[in-house]
Design a protein around this ligand. Structure first.
Ligand code: 5GP
Ligand code: MN
Length: 344
């Protein structure tokens, strides 16, 4: 057992008041890993509160434990979140490694007296945590939670450690962060962890359906519109991009969840190795980047769009207008042309 895990085990051998939080606009890995970690800690007798900085999407509402998640940006929850954070003896930060990813909650967590535990797999972490379970080779934070619990419990098999709802939450995180086991981050460890989790007996196909085949008709209609009208391909840069204005989102009554994942479609175009989506929402432009192979969209996002993430999946934002943001993106592409052409 390494020193961090030893210290953590000893700290957790007494009942603690624990906050678990995750990045804004949480995805299935952020929520699945947080809820999985929460159920383990609750079983160990700790007092646990899970806080999301912002609302989560409707296709995650099936997750076990989600009904108790407090949402910091909701005025009805904010006071309780602040009180709980003030009283906390440990704050667990899952699936992010920069406090700016917590939106307004970042300052509250930063100022809190409790020691912090980071469990994450993003590159270039900030050093705000006393304990870091941090591994960029892990496909998902849920995989890190799985391994951490295994190690703390001396290698018992998953069916002895996790109940079915917990295994489902962890599986959902691993499944989505690997793009259903097809991205470059899939390793033997991923399949071994999933095989072990499946020994609990949950229905993995159902988890897939709940997340991916559970959209309102409007999302599919919106997707049809985006793919037929908004997808631009630049063969000379092996790049695809889509731009969505606030007016278009309003027209389709599109909520945050309905644009999620659409950026991936750009990569389905032959020869394309980078896909970008620009979304104008609430006075800022949110950008999603995806790539394949050696091309790092994280570098592009962090150099030009105040963002970051993973080599092949990253995001950023801009306070310029959507047209200016896209023009800027197009202006930096020539500098990346050779690298884009070199991808296998
Ligand atoms: P998405 O495109 O799904 O919003 O984000 C893809 C990846 O990039 C996720 O791993 C997410 O954590 C990261 N990411 C998205 N937006 C930002 C951002 O503004 N800053 C940083 N550092 N990472 C981001
Ligand atoms: Mn993740």
């Amino acid at each position: 057992m390494n020193q961090t895990i030893e210290e953590l085990s000893s700290f957790l051998s007494h009942p603690q008041k624990i906050i678990i939080t995750m990045h804004r606009d949480p995805d299935a890995d952020a929520l699945g890993s947080s809820l999985g970690w929460a159920s383990y800690l609750i079983k160990k007798g700790h007092d646990v509160t899970v806080i999301s900085p912002t609302e989560y999407t409707a296709n995650l509402k099936w997750m076990s434990g989600i009904a108790d998640v407090l949402v910091y940006e909701k005025s009805g929850d904010q006071g309780k979140c602040k009180r709980k954070i003030e009283q906390a003896t440990l704050i667990c930060c899952l699936d992010f490694s920069a406090l700016s990813r917590l939106k307004d909650l970042g300052k509250v967590v930063q100022d809190a007296a409790a020691p912090k535990l980071m469990i994450d797999h993003h590159l270039e972490p900030e050093h705000f945590a006393k304990w870091m379970i941090w591994d960029t080779h892990a496909a998902a934070t849920a995989q890190l939670v799985y391994s951490l619990v295994k190690e703390m419990e001396g290698g018992l098999s998953a069916d002895q450690l996790f109940d079915i709802p917990t295994a489902e939450n962890l599986y959902a995180g691993i499944m989505t962060d690997t793009g259903s086991f097809r991205h470059g981050n899939v390793t033997p460890e991923v399949h071994l962890a999933v095989a072990d989790l499946m020994l609990t007996g949950f229905d993995s196909s159902r988890v897939h359906r709940m997340i991916y085949d559970n959209a309102p008709l409007s999302r599919l209609q919106f997707l049809g519109y985006v793919l037929s009208q908004k997808l631009v391909v630049l063969p000379e840069y092996r790049t695809a991009y889509m731009v969505l204005t606030e007016a278009e989102l309003l027209k389709f009554h599109s909520s945050t969840g309905e644009t999620e994942g659409i950026v991936n479609y750009g990569l389905q175009v032959e020869n394309v190795v980078m896909s970008a989506m620009f979304i104008e929402r609430k006075g800022e432009v949110k950008i999603s980047f995806r790539s394949v192979g050696t091309f790092s969209v994280r570098d592009l996002a962090s150099t030009h769009f105040s963002g970051g993430g993973h080599k092949n999946a990253s995001g950023g934002r801009s306070e310029q207008s959507v047209n200016e943001t896209v023009a800027y993106f197009l202006s930096v592409l020539p500098a990346y042309q050779q690298e884009l052409l070199n991808v296998d």
